[in-house]
Every structure is written in structure tokens, then in C-alpha cells.
Design a protein around this ligand. Structure first.
Ligand code: LCS
Length: 399
């Protein structure tokens, strides 16, 4: 690439960053380097690559051109020095956490997290001598009283899965770094993508993603990302990925994400405009009790939304004015909205967090996090919005 991409717009970067040159062939579309290993020219070269004295590929668990293309693209969009792609969001989160944490360390996390991340901190980390404090990070006083001398990591999603609570990234980063500048503030930016929100610009140290969601966008790949300073990403690669998780992504799946990323901005615009219309429809419906959506004027934290998010996102949670059996009947009756976990796909998905994505939470933890038994979560897709509204309307009429 002849141009300095750092001075180019978002759309240009999502298409061109990380371009792979293949001299003599010059394909426009990226070839797939479907290989497990790379041949050295001689023994000295192999030794030099292992000793990190010479740059170059060794083995696809440690690096591959298709993985590097995705890492470079997401880093360019997050305004990060570097990025790395992993084989799932949990692969990214665990690689990042194991790179930062040791036995005896303490983590502060928001009380609302994706269920498997919550399980990592409540079930896996304590087995290795760590401890996590969960608190409502929408209130900075909770953060201040949770930080300790052995705290190494502060972690949150914003908006949080599934109650959409929004956390002030800048205020959290400032508070944490004033307490101890070595604590890593790690933000899960899955619900927003860098098109909507860029945590590193607001003072966070590291961004993680489930790339399974909007970054790939087409519901056909499981993947994850970590973005941050180049030396930290190198540690994630040479320690967390290489020795602990081994969570490397296949070249073909990396190719698919690179392809999906080229349309991220226009997909996010439509996801969000569909979501705004649907949130307004739900809010105006007599059978809907409560709507959780950062784009609604009465959303708590609306000022933070305006400060740090370009658009309100396309995840909506809501509660019906109906019994559990009727809520279930409503979900079952939908024809266009697919009853499935995951999010960020072209298809609209609907699920029940308390019994599905967040079933690892105890009843008490669910109630503390404000994840109610009647909460239903929608991931708004790219279908024609009137068709989605009709599907929801028909479902509501039937109960
Ligand atoms: N972070 C967030 C915010 C997530 O929502 C998920 C998955 C992950 C990390 C983990 O990513 P994965 O390993 O699945 O790529 N969230 C899911 C959800 O809400 N429904 O199904 C998966």
C-alpha cells in the first residue's frame, strides 16, 4: 500500500488496511494461505526466526498472513498500535487475561458480563489462585472501593450483555490509572465495534472482541480479537496464545473475517437504523413493559451514550407485560426472528438471557446484575425493517 492509511477515513481503512502483497501475481482479493507451517530456506533462518532475530512466518499457530491481515485491519479501525485475531471471543479474552494475570492477582469486573466471561472469572481464575470482584461500574464509587494493591485488571463490556448498561470508559480509565497506572483497563467492544466506539481513544489500554459478531457480520465464523500497544500484543502472541490457549484462527476463517470487515460501516449503519425503529415500536406497544436500548431518550446513561458512541447499537432487550409462559409463546411464534444465541449477524436473532447466554449466573447474581427472568434480547439484523416489525407485532398479537 503506497498511501499512509493512518490519515485515511474509516471506510478506506476497513477495506485496505493489512493488504497482502503477492508480487508477480497481484491479486485484488486476498489469497488464502491454507498452510500449517512455513518452509525455512536453511537451518540458520529457522533458528533466527525462533530467536526473533529475523521476521517471518514459522507455524500457523504463531502467525499466518491471513491472521495478520485481520489483526492489522481491526487495529487500524480501533486506532491501536497492533491487533491479533484468535479462534473465538473467549479465546481472545482468555489469551488476554492469562497474559496479564498471575496467581494472587485481583480483577475488578462489571457485574454484567457475557456468561462465559463471567464463568472464566468465577470458575477458572479462582482455581489458579486469583480473585475477582464484581460491581456495578456505572457508579464510579463502586470502582474506587473495589480497587486493591494487587488489582491487575479492570474489565467491562459497554453496552453490557444483555442489560445494555453503559459505562463511562474515560471516567473508568482515569480513575483506575490515577490509582495505579499499571492496572490494565480492558474493554470488550463487541456490541459496538470500532465504527461506533473506540475505547483506546478514551484511555483504555486494551480492547477485546468476539469477532464472531459484527466484525465478521455474516454468522458463519467463530473468532476473537485483541488490540492494544504493540509490545502487549506481542506478549499475547508469544505467551498467552503460544503457550496457554493455543487459540489460533484458521486461515480460511481469517479470510472470511477480512472479507466481512470491508463492509463494517454500512452494515453498522443499517443494523442501527433498523434497531432505532424497532426500539421505538416496542416502546410504544401496550404489551411491552420495558425496553432497554441506548438510543431511547429516557435511557439511563444517555449522556454517556452521546459522549462515547457514534450510534446506539443494534442490541435491544425488553420485557413483556405477560407471564413467563406467554413470553415463551411469543418467542416461539416468531417467523422471521430466529430463536438463537449469538448476535451481530445479517439475520435478526432472539433469545432469553436468564436461561441461555447467562445461565451460568446464579439467581442472586442475575438479580444483582439486573438481568430479569422476563428479559428477552434481540440482535437486530439487516432485513427490511417493516418485515421485522410485522413479525414482532404478529407475535405480540398472538399472546
Ligand atoms: N464478549 C461478548 C460481549 C459476547 O457477547 C460474547 C459471546 C463473547 C465475548 C465470547 O465470544 P465467542 O467466544 O462466543 O466468540 N456472546 C454470545 C451471546 O451473547 N450469545 O451467544 C454468544
Amino acid at each position: 500500500m503506497k498511501h499512509d492509511l493512518s490519515k485515511k477515513g474509516f471506510a478506506t481503512r476497513q477495506i485496505h488496511a493489512g493488504h497482502i502483497e503477492v508480487p508477480g501475481i497481484n491479486p485484488l482479493a486476498t489469497p488464502i494461505f491454507q498452510t500449517s507451517t512455513f518452509v525455512f530456506e536453511n537451518a540458520a533462518q529457522g533458528a533466527a526466526r525462533f530467536a526473533k532475530k529475523e521476521k517471518g512466518y514459522i507455524y500457523t499457530r504463531l502467525g499466518n498472513p491471513n491472521q495478520d491481515q485481520v489483526g492489522a485491519k481491526v487495529a487500524a479501525l480501533e486506532n491501536a498500535e497492533a491487533g491479533i485475531v484468535l479462534s473465538s471471543g473467549m479465546g481472545a479474552i482468555s489469551t488476554c487475561f492469562w497474559t496479564i494475570l498471575e496467581s494472587g492477582d485481583h480483577v475488578v469486573a462489571n457485574d454484567t458480563l457475557y456468561g462465559a466471561t463471567y464463568s472464566f472469572l468465577t470458575k477458572a481464575f479462582p482455581r489458579y489462585g486469583g480473585e475477582a470482584t464484581f460491581t456495578d461500574l456505572t457508579n464510579l464509587e463502586n470502582l474506587k472501593s473495589s480497587l486493591r494493591s494487587n488489582t491487575k485488571l479492570v474489565f467491562f463490556e459497554t453496552p453490557a450483555n444483555p442489560n445494555l448498561n453503559v459505562i463511562d470508559i474515560e471516567a473508568v480509565a482515569e480513575t483506575v490509572h490515577a490509582f495505579d497506572k499499571n492496572i490494565k483497563v480492558v474493554v470488550d467492544n463487541t456490541f459496538c465495534t470500532p465504527y461506533i466506539q473506540r475505547p483506546l481513544d478514551l484511555g483504555a489500554d486494551v480492547v477485546v472482541h468476539s469477532g464472531t459478531k459484527y466484525l465478521n457480520g455474516h454468522g458463519d465464523v467463530i473468532s476473537g480479537m485483541i488490540c492494544g500497544k504493540a509490545d502487549f500484543i506481542e506478549k499475547c502472541r508469544s505467551f498467552g496464545l503460544s503457550f496457554v490457549t493455543g487459540a489460533s484462527l484458521s486461515p480460511f476463517d481469517s479470510f472470511l473475517i477480512s472479507r466481512g470487515l470491508k463492509t463494517l460501516d454500512i452494515r453498522m449503519e443499517k443494523h442501527c437504523s433498523n434497531a432505532i425503529a424497532i426500539a421505538e415500536f416496542l416502546e410504544g406497544h401496550e404489551k411491552v413493559n420495558k425496553v432497554y436500548y441506548p438510543g431511547l431518550p429516557d435511557f439511563p446513561g444517555r449522556e454517556i451514550v452521546k459522549k462515547q458512541m457514534k450510534l446506539p447499537g443494534a442490541m435491544i432487550s425488553f420485557e413483556l407485560n405477560a407471564s413467563k409462559a406467554k413470553s415463551e409463546a411469543f418467542i416461539n411464534s416468531l417467523e422471521l426472528c430466529a430463536l438463537a444465541v449469538s448476535l451481530g449477524d445479517t439475520e435478526t436473532l432472539i433469545q432469553h438471557p436468564a436461561s441461555m447466554t447467562h445461565n451460568s449466573y446464579s439467581k442472586q447474581a442475575l438479580s444483582e446484575a439486573g438481568i430479569t427472568e422476563s428479559m428477552i434480547r434481540l440482535s437486530i439484523g439487516l432485513e427490511t425493517v417493516d418485515d421485522l416489525i410485522e413479525d414482532l407485532k404478529d407475535g405480540l398479537e398472538k399472546i
